[in-house]
Design a protein around this ligand. Structure first.
Ligand SMILES: *Cc1c(COP(=O)(O)O)cnc(C)c1O
Length: 468
């Protein structure tokens, strides 16, 4: 049906296109099906345009156009999804950006374990089958003074496992002030229901007393549960029962006491923003049966749910068939082991853990970085861009220390041409993508959450995205 004058006849063929150097190069960088998919889509758009009479292809630039669109599409969507980004949001444990970045020792340990065979479940002396998490368990017990320890996939898993082990088919007593939603579809009542424990709420939203728990105990009670509020506070006319009191009541009535700590601070020496957070060791000293927390919040390790406490309670959790479903993979175990070994060296070594280093970075250090970055941006010579260093606050994130002020200095960018939202969107689309926040009509770049190499990457990405 195509006549001699039909512009559709000028559309280049796929195999011709693939022989062009630019497309051949794309085949070296992206999997073939992705290149072919992007190429097909570009050709389809071109045919649509020609059919609609937009252009006739006589300029001979059809192949170039297809080539450019294919390359642009692959740059946009063909690369690794889990690739590096620059976190300039000032939110240290940013759930959307992967929470805790690992210490370099932990990264190396994980890479080694994943890329090779490792001593995962064999004992090197006897050659017999061992427990995959035994090294991590020993380190945790030593660091925290716990009778026993283990670890699973995340703290949601630890909560689920602990409740299912201790209180399946029985009642779990929890204060109404601690019926929390952590975010990402983790609501304590829902997790409890799935674990098979029946929730018994006591007290009121703002006030719960020891007597409330005592009165709720019956022969059906499986455990007393305390949950760290993590992401909010109750202030004013308020009362809650501390873990010491609750653990004592559990001991008196012979009922297991569980403590979901969420953020899991184990660095006793640290002040500042960390001083706000309950210490895992204090919870253990209270004598409760099981304490659990995340590996990738204040601990600064990989995603994991750490369970520590009484030997009998930990062993029961390990013997639960669900333990197998929640078990950690070798890469995570290696990263967790390496992270815990840093803690074992003492409080100074903890600065090698990026999460802690960022949270404890002195204001002068952050301010100096902000100044350096601001000067770097000015040197890029971007016209119409106002660059200022301003006061602001960073946040711990992931529901850790929600109220603790973390003073910072940000580089505030105001563009004459672009709204702050538009500028932010450009930065997100850059390479590497840069994440920042908007405040007072400015894009605020917080150096607190920059990792080594990020300053340079940030400037390079800015140069590209601010080019007119
Ligand atoms: C964060 C949190 C959880 C969930 O932990 P994940 O490791 O994200 O699964 C559970 N409980 C509390 C109190 C938390 O703060």
């Amino acid at each position: 049906m195509a006549s001699a004058g039909n512009p559709l006849r000028r559309v280049p063929k796929v195999d011709e296109l693939l022989r062009r150097p630019a497309l051949a190069a794309l085949l070296g960088s992206y999997p073939r099906p992705l290149v072919l998919g992007a190429l097909d889509a570009a050709l389809e758009r071109l045919r649509g345009d020609l059919r609609a009479g937009r252009g006739d292809g006589r300029d001979g630039r059809l192949a170039e156009r297809v080539e450019e669109e294919t390359a642009a599409e692959l740059r946009r969507s063909g690369g690794m999804r889990l690739r590096r980004v620059v976190n300039a949001t000032g939110v240290v444990l940013h759930t959307g950006l992967g929470r805790a970045p690992l210490a370099s020792e932990a990264v190396q340990a994980a890479a080694e374990a994943l890329g090779r065979y490792c001593l995962l479940e064999v004992d090197e002396e006897t050659g017999k089958r061992g427990r995959r998490e035994s090294a991590v368990a020993e380190l945790l017990a030593r660091l925290l003074g716990a009778e026993a320890a283990t670890a699973v996939n995340n703290n949601a898993g630890a909560t689920f496992l602990a409740l299912n082990t201790v209180a399946e088919g029985r009642e779990a007593i929890l204060s109404r002030g601690e019926l929390v939603e952590i975010g990402g579809a983790f609501r304590m009542p829902d997790v409890m229901a799935r674990s098979g424990a029946r929730l018994v709420e006591v007290g009121t939203t703002n006030r719960t007393y020891l007597e409330d728990y005592r009165r709720a105990v019956t022969e059906r009670t499986g455990c007393l549960l305390k949950v760290h509020r993590s992401n909010f506070r109750i202030e004013g006319f308020a009362h809650e029962v501390g873990i010491e009191e609750l653990a004592a009541l559990g001991k008196e009535l012979r009922i297991p006491v569980l403590h979901d700590l969420g953020s899991g601070r184990i660095l006793a020496e640290a002040g500042g923003v960390l001083a706000e957070e309950p210490l895992v060791q204090a919870s253990l000293r209270s004598g409760c049966d099981l304490v659990f927390f995340s590996g990738d919040k204040l601990l600064g390790g990989p995603q994991a749910g750490v369970l520590v406490g009484r030997k009998e309670a930990v062993e029961r959790c390990r013997a639960n068939p669900l333990f197998r479903a929640l078990r950690l993979d070798k890469g995570t175990l290696a990263a967790l082991e390496a992270t815990l070994r840093i803690y074992l060296e003492g409080p100074e070594a903890a600065s090698r853990i990026p999460t802690l280093r960022m949270l404890l970075a002195p204001l002068e250090e952050v301010a100096a970085a902000a100044q350096r970055i601001a000067e770097g941006i000015v040197r890029l010579g971007t016209k119409g861009l106002e660059v200022k260093v301003e006061e602001d606050t960073s946040r711990a994130g992931s529901g850790s220390a929600p109220e603790a002020p973390l003073p910072t200095r940000v580089v505030a960018l105001r563009s004459g041409r672009l709204s702050a939202e538009a500028l932010l969107a450009r930065l997100r689309e850059g390479e590497p993508p840069v994440f920042a926040r908007v405040r007072d009509d400015a894009v605020a770049l917080d150096p607190r959450t920059l990792l080594p190499g990020d300053e340079e990457a940030l400037l390079a990405a800015l140069r590209a995205s601010l080019a007119p």
